[in-house]
Design a protein. Sequence first.
Length: 254
Amino acid sequence: MVPNRLLERLRQGQVCLGLSNGLPAPGIIECMYRGCDFIWVDGQHGQFSYDGALNAVRAAAAVGVDVLLRVPGHEHSTLCLFADMGPAAVMVPMVNTPAEAEHVVRGLRFPPRGVRSFGGRRLADLYGRDYPWERELMVVVQIETTRAVANAAAIAAVDGVDGLFFGPDDMKMSLGIPMDVPLTGDPRLQHALEQTAQAAQAHGKAVGCVCPTPDLARFAADLGVRLLAIGGDTLFLRTTAASRLSELRSAVGG
């Protein structure tokens, strides 16, 4: 079996740091993602077509980084299409109940556990026709609403779910918290993450979160969060460009 490095690292309790990718340009991955533990390719809110997402997975393989590929929905046809691209992990948004988690697992696992269809072109070409048994796929579901937090323990208990990923922005929407409030800036938000982490750990599952600053990353890691998304292409391009432009305007008296 081809080892799933990301899943193995998480099972060993290692902290894995990754960057998100929202722009469909393989050159960005080749340029700035070396050294990451994973790349979060965002097929939900990023600007990806099918070809764009597939090329992102291929570019990540070229630089030796595992992919956490977020899909846009729960439909089995969508789950199979993205899983057949060959990422280390598939992340599914807005999973609010154990029944929804079970539906996701069935769409991503092959029989007898699930109903995923055989025949992925890239996987068969890379690993042969035994690919369902040659590569273990990590299944991550997102906890993004107050309803999901209330059900987090039951969701984590679903066989075939490997991890929970706390979505702070949609949780802010769910709680009526302004978007510029940091993860530790409201006790309700902080408590929601704590509940999610505890639920995952109680069932031996990994837990992830978006932590774009050292203080937030340290806080989350202290809670047992091991899958840390620390920024991404759009964030760094926007903030670094703005900072450099400001510095040079000041330098030339602009």
